[in-house]
Ligand binder design. Sequence first.
Ligand SMILES: [Zn+2]
Length: 80
Amino acid sequence: MVVIRQTTTGGTPMLSDYEARRPTTYLLKEPRLEPTPIPGCGGCLSICVRRENCRSVGDFSGVSDCNVELREHQDARHCA
Ligand SMILES: [Zn+2]
C-alpha cells in the first residue's frame, strides 16, 4: 500500500518517510525441504532417528544440525 501525503502548502504530493524508505520488492523463498533417508542405508537412518529425537524435545537447533549432517552424508555416500 502506498500512502500519498498531500503537503499542507499545496505542493506536489510526497510519500511519507516510512513509505519512501520501505523496500518496493521482497524476495520470498520456500523453506528448503529436509533431506530424506535413502532406503536401506543405516547411516541415513541413524541420522534421521537422531533428528526426530531432537524434534520430539523441541531441540530445533539439533534438527538443523542433523539436516546438515544428513546432507553431507548423502553427498559423500550417495552421490558419485
Ligand atoms: Zn545414507
